[in-house]
Write a protein that binds this ligand. Structure first.
Ligand SMILES: C[C@](O)(CO)[C@H](O)COP(=O)(O)OP(=O)(O)OC[C@H]1O[C@@H](n2ccc(N)nc2=O)[C@H](O)[C@@H]1O
Ligand SMILES: Nc1ncnc2c1ncn2[C@@H]1O[C@H](COP(=O)(O)OP(=O)(O)OP(=O)(O)O)[C@@H](O)[C@H]1O
Length: 280
């Protein structure tokens, strides 16, 4: 038996860093929303308790892939002797601030919980997930959320679900390096959901990333100069940037004009994660 599951990308509608914890992790405020740009994972039975990954994604060895780390964390937590063969098809750009690795890990936890019949709650899966990476819980819960803590204290919200043009400037940025940047603003005063809805929010990583990776600034400027309907933003710690439209056609029209060296994705904003659209 094989089951097929989706792992969607997320975008951050804003991102503030409010402080630093004693373990070095930063506290933040953000709003996560999903988009229908998805990696695809398949899980098949094995007779032994090994976890094997087959993937076109060769940037990291299988042992470091967040999919394998999530599966092993689930084995350790549950004590199961079950194993699995996993196939991962990457669609989401890596190091693009779209949370692809974390989403793959979250889908692995949700899928294997069913596949191995472990009966763990979503809350338990999120608690295991946050030890793999900070963005895993929101993908496990699967609802667009206002987030605090390290991104793991979640309150469901329902922002508009426009069409987005996500632009990949074709550079990869390291999340760890950006959180470590001395010039990063780490003490933004907490804002409220109302402040966010009234537009009083930003992405504090944008300036830092644009200074280090000029391609990101070029992509933001291009979007801002060629479309006035929405002020283009950067997602997460970059490198991807996005702008919003009422219709797929409008988004596609701008996508077709993108200069060489930038790759566009026309996607739909989703408050309910495509992870839970179907399984099997
Ligand atoms: C920037 C965001 O994408 C916003 O959604 C996330 O906060 C990043 O989450 P993520 O990619 O899941 O991050 P992780 O893989 O857990 O962490 C990578 C590294 O980034 C730093 N890190 C990450 C998240 C956080 N709240 N504070 C941090 O300081 C840590 O040095 C950590 O070792
Ligand atoms: N399954 C995976 N998919 C993508 N990257 C993975 C995976 N497993 C491990 N990684 C490693 O994790 C790092 C982060 O990948 P990811 O694509 O999630 O970053 P990101 O999109 O910038 O995420 P974020 O917004 O959470 O910072 C990459 O450097 C990559 O090599």
């Amino acid at each position: 038996m094989t089951t097929r599951w989706l792992a969607p990308a997320k975008i951050n509608l804003f991102l503030h860093v409010t402080g630093r914890r004693s373990d070095g992790y930063h506290t933040l405020q953000t709003v996560y929303q999903f988009v229908n740009l998805c990696d695809v994972l398949q899980f098949a039975v094995r007779e032994d308790s090994e976890v094997h990954l087959k993937s076109d994604f060769k940037e990291v060895p299988p042992e470091s892939n967040l999919v394998v780390r999530a599966a092993r964390a689930l084995q350790a937590h549950s004590g199961t002797r079950a194993g699995t063969d996993i196939t991962l098809e990457k669609v989401i750009p890596t190091g693009g601030g779209l949370g692809g690795g974390s989403s793959d890990a979250a889908t692995t936890l949700v899928a294997l919980n069913e596949f191995w019949r472990l009966g763990l709650s979503i809350k338990e899966l999120a608690e295991i997930g946050v030890t793999v990476s900070a963005d895993v819980p929101v993908f496990v819960y699967g609802q667009a959320s206002w987030a605090e803590g390290i991104g793991d204290k979640l309150t469901p919200v329902a922002p508009l679900e426009p069409w987005y043009l996500i632009v990949n400037p074709m550079v990869q940025v390291s999340t760890a390096a950006l959180f470590a940047a001395p010039e990063l603003t780490r003490n933004t005063s907490p804002v409220t959901i109302r402040d966010f809805m009234d537009g009083r929010s930003t992405n504090v990583f944008e300036k830092v990333v644009v200074a280090r990776h000029p391609e990101v600034g070029v992509a933001l400027d291009w979007l801002r100069n060629n479309y006035r309907g929405f002020r283009a933003k950067m997602s997460g710690t970059g490198s991807c940037v996005f702008t919003a439209f009422d219709s797929q056609e409008e988004a596609q029209k701008l996508c077709d004009l993108l200069p060489k060296g930038m790759k566009g994705f026309v996607v739909k904003g989703r408050n309910a994660s495509p992870l839970y659209d179907f399984s099997g």
